[in-house]
Design a protein around this ligand. Structure first.
Ligand code: MUC
Ligand code: MG
Length: 372
C-alpha cells in the first residue's frame, strides 16, 4: 500500500529578536513562525515553516491566518493523499484554495522534507542536485540608529560573517534617510556593498529624488522603492538610473516576473519561497528570470532555521545568484528550535547536509516557545 499523509499539526512559535528590527511598515521585537509537522503513514515526519513580518503589516497573510487556513482548509485537502507526488499535491492545493502562498510554501516544504527523508536525499538532491554548498549571506542593518548600525556592520565585517549590508529605509523623511545611508556607506567605504530596501514607502517622484541621492552616495542596489503594483513606475525607475532596481514585493511568481520582463524591466528579482507558494513556484520565477537575463537574489521573510534551510536548498540548485542571498533570519533571533543551527561562516552559510532539509527539531525548545 502506498504511503499517505496522516496528520498535519501547526504550531505558532514566538521567538524574540536580538534587537528591534525597523522596517518602513513596522518594528519587530519578536518573530512568529508557523511550524508544520506533517506525519505520514510510513512514520516519517516532514517539517515546514510559514513566516511573515509584523502580523499583517507586510502582506495579506498573518501567522494566525496561516495556521487557521492550513488547519481548516489546506490540511484536509492533503490528509489521506499519497505522500510522494509533490507536483500533484501542489496542483490540488492550487485548484481548491486561492492565494495563501506562505501557507502553501510551508506545506510544500514539509512534503519535500518527508520525501527526502524517505529516499535518503537532501531537498537540493531531490531537485536535481546542488550547484553550491556555501551561499553568500547579507545582513540587514535596521536598528534605527546610524551609529549603532555602523558598529554592527564593522563587527560583522571583522567576524567575517557579512560583507554586504542592506539598510531598511522609507519610514523617515527622505533627507534624513539619505543622510543615514550616506553616513553608513562612507564609514564602510569599499569594504562593503551597501544596498537599501524601501519596502514600497515612496511615490515615484520621491523615488526619483531619493534614488539620485543614493546613487551619488555609492549605493549598489535599490529594493522596491515604490508600491508593489506599480510595475510601470518600477520599469521607468530601472531605465532612468544606473543603480539597479531590485523588484521584491512587485514580483511574487513567474507571471509577475514575465510581466515585468515584457514591460522592459532590466533590474533584478528577489526570490522568496513564501511569495511564490514554495520551492517549485520560486524556481519557476527563477527560470523566467534566467531566460530573460535578469539577476537573482535569494530573499527572506525573516524565517527561522526551517524556512531558511528550505530556501537554501532551492537557491543551491541555481547556477548563479548575481546578488547573493539574505538568508540571515535565524541570526536575528535570540534562540532557535532546532538541535543544530545553520553554520554561518566566511560571509555566508553552508547548505545543511542530510536527508530532506537536514534539520532536526529541538523538542524542548519547540515546546518552550510554542504559543499555548
Ligand atoms: C524584505 O522586504 O526584503 C528581508 C530582510 C529584512 O530585513 O526584511 C526582509 C523583507
Ligand atoms: Mg524587500
Amino acid at each position: 500500500m502506498s504511503t499517505v499523509i496522516q496528520h498535519i499539526e501547526t504550531l505558532l512559535v514566538d521567538l524574540p529578536t536580538i534587537r528591534p528590527h525597523k522596517l518602513s511598515m513596522t518594528t519587530m521585537a519578536c518573530q512568529t513562525m508557523v511550524i508544520v509537522r506533517m506525519r505520514h503513514s510510513d512514520g516519517i515526519e516532514g517539517l515546514g515553516e510559514g513566516t511573515t513580518i509584523g502580523g499583517l503589516a507586510y502582506g495579506p497573510e498573518s501567522p494566525e491566518s496561516i495556521k487557521r487556513n492550513i488547519d481548516t482548509y489546506l490540511a484536509p485537502l492533503l490528509i489521506g493523499q499519497p505522500s510522494h507526488n509533490v507536483h500533484q499535491l501542489r496542483a490540488r492545493l492550487n485548484r481548491h484554495a486561492r492565494g495563501n502562498m506562505i501557507a502553501k510554501s510551508a506545506l510544500e516544504t514539509a512534503l519535500l522534507d518527508a520525501q527526502g527523508k524517505r529516499l535518503g536525499l537532501s531537498i537540493a538532491d531531490l531537485l536535481g542536485g546542488a550547484h553550491q554548498q556555501h551561499l553568500p549571506v547579507l545582513w540587514t542593518l535596521a536598528s534605527g540608529d546610524t551609529a549603532k548600525d555602523i558598529d554592527e556592520a564593522l563587527l560583522r565585517l571583522e567576524q567575517r560573517r557579512h560583507c554586504d549590508f542592506k539598510l531598511k529605509i522609507g519610514a523617515n523623511p527622505l533627507d534624513q534617510d539619505v543622510r543615514h545611508v550616506a553616513a553608513i556607506k562612507e564609514a564602510l567605504g569599499d569594504r562593503a556593498s551597501v544596498r537599501v530596501d524601501v519596502n514600497q514607502a515612496w511615490d515615484e517622484s520621491t523615488a526619483v529624488r531619493g534614488i539620485q541621492a543614493l546613487q551619488d552616495a555609492g549605493i549598489e542596489l535599490i529594493e522596491q522603492p515604490i508600491p508593489a503594483r506599480e510595475h510601470a513606475g518600477l520599469v521607468r525607475l530601472a531605465n532612468r538610473f544606473n543603480v539597479p532596481m531590485l523588484a521584491d514585493e512587485a514580483v511574487q511568481d513567474a507571471r509577475d516576473g514575465l510581466d515585468l520582463v515584457c514591460s522592459g524591466f532590466n533590474g533584478a528579482f528577489a526570490l522568496k519561497i513564501a511569495k511564490s507558494g514554495g520551492i517549485h513556484g520560486v524556481l519557476e520565477l527563477a527560470h523566467v528570470a534566467q531566460a530573460a537575463g535578469i539577476g537573482l537574489y535569494g530573499g527572506t521573510l525573516l524565517e527561522g532555521t526551517i524556512g531558511t534551510a528550505a530556501a537554501l536548498h532551492a537557491w543551491a540548485t541555481l547556477p548563479e545568484m548575481a546578488w547573493g542571498t539574505e538568508m540571515f533570519g535565524p541570526l536575528l533571533l535570540k534562540d532557535d528550535i532546532v538541535v543544530e543551527p545553520l553554520n554561518y561562516t566566511e560571509f555566508g552559510v553552508e547548505l545543511p547536509q542530510g536527508p530532506g532539509l537536514g534539520i532536526t527539531l529541538d523538542e524542548d525548545k519547540l515546546a518552550h516557545y510554542s504559543r499555548k
